[in-house]
Write a protein that binds this ligand. Sequence first.
Ligand code: AGP
Length: 615
Amino acid sequence: MCGIVGYIGHRDAYPIIVKGLQRLEYRGYDSAGIALYDGTDINLSKTKGKVEDLRSKSKSTISLKGSLGIGHTRWATHGVPNDVNSHPHYSNSGDLVIIHNGIIENYGSIKKALTERGYTFTSDTDTEVLVNLIEEVQKTEDVMLGQAVQIALNQVVGAYAIAVFDKKKPDEIVVAKLGSPLAIGIGENEFFIASDASPFIEFTNNAVYLKDEEMAIIRLGKEIKLRKIQNDAVAYPNILELQMNLEEIEKGGYDHFMLKEIYEQPRAILDTYRGRLLADQGLIKMVGIDQHLEKFLNANRIIIVACGTSWHAGLVAEYIFEDLARIPVEVEYASEFRYRNPVITDKDVLIAISQSGETADTLAAIKLAKEKGAFVFGVCNVVGSSIARETDAGAYTHAGPEIGVASTKAFTTQITVLTLLALKLAKEKGEFSESQFHEILTELETIPAKVEKALESNALIEIIADVYKDSPNCLYLGRGYNFPVALEGALKLKEISYIHAEGYPAAEMKHGPIALIDEHMPVIVIATKKGHYEKIVSNIQEIKSRKGKIIAIVTEGDEQVTQLADHVVEIPETSESLSPLVTTIPLQLLSYHIAVMRNCNVDQPRNLAKSVTVE
Ligand code: AGP
């Protein structure tokens, strides 16, 4: 996610844009930039770092005059965070500047075509390609900026919220939206553009939220004109009068970043497989893997190292890799692996999973493996992070910044990347027929909708949370692919509500932990249809006979467990190998609501930090 801000009106644009960018830094803070039109030319300043760094750089390098401008705070998806890759981006002529939040999937082929026509590029970004495509259309079709944007966007595949202006026509800004948010603030003879209303709520609470596939030509002194990008049909702006306050807007109207990020998971999972999962072509395309496929296929084993929630994602990956790709996998706590003098050879592949890309133990484990000759692959959420730079190759999750200390969308997007990797290797090894491969790819595409459906149980889960919010202990049970999800559910509850919780393989209960069961012990059991169902039913009966309270996560339409459990949360049916992406959702919501009811600091729990960069 990135933050975009624009202004056209009667005030100085600079202070409005810079302050607006600071309010959007929760969306991304790798780099920042601003472009201002001073009545004659465009003055542009951009820098790696935070908006504060932009403020100090721009004050000493460019004129800050002008009532037309655009600004951007970046969460890198293509191209590491540095000055050159920062937005805004000029077109080759220097007449156009653009800012963009999103991902242009087919930028490579467009860049190739533009290069053949003599265009040059200074950055590695998809955004610079887009602004030059718009320029090329403007020239070849001899059209105004609005039409050029429309024609260009009909040639791109991906997600975007863009704002672009042409210094040859400085009384307008053109914006467009598909998949990423874009709001237009409407003032008295002034317009604001932003990823959400926080940059302009102090100036106006009249706003239009563009819908997907809509664009607008914003011209001073005129009504904004909305159009459908695909067919030029006129759309009529639905002007809202916003009542939200600033803090609510930064959290997207949610009470906490954690809840917002739980609800972002359908989009985050989609963004993570966007451009990589091509189900209709029966393909998975991942540059970081395609270039090193032999390393994986010839590996003796895959070692996965991570910490905390990322370790749980690694455990899910072990089930997927061994079950589907038939590749031996072992999963290690990075903090243990780095000190236990492990046997590592150059026939090993090490996968390091880290949301922050800065976890010291994981970084140390990587360095140890590299010293021993292993090939190291990273799965990170922060582009250009230490782990991303240290690994030999990798694949980013496109979850966007995860602000809540408790990891949620990082977990599901890590599993998404690892699932794509495992499926690709399984196909390469001939473990799947074409039809089987197509079937599971098609099912993977249904996961965002299934997560959306699982989120609909939020109100029911809140009621269940109220029943158990004062429990001193809690058990989470799962089998197979959902054993790691039980561990993750327990971690979520522990770290934000401070209730002691343990995750266990359900079958392991009879080897000791069942002694803990009495009428005071809530037991959350993942009992989906496709996962050793009959066995888990027996486990539930063992607990029930000892008066344990059972909260069951079941496949919608379940009857057997529903008869036994004290509470049931239904989720859509999905295959066992993809089920962790959905079964984890109710557990995230349960821990969230219990923590809120216990007046805990959900986004910044005691004793914790978002990134553990110490050993
Ligand atoms: C998860 O909710 C925790 N915040 C924590 O366990 C986290 O997953 C762990 O510290 C690893 O962080 P990383 O993914 O950034 O490496």
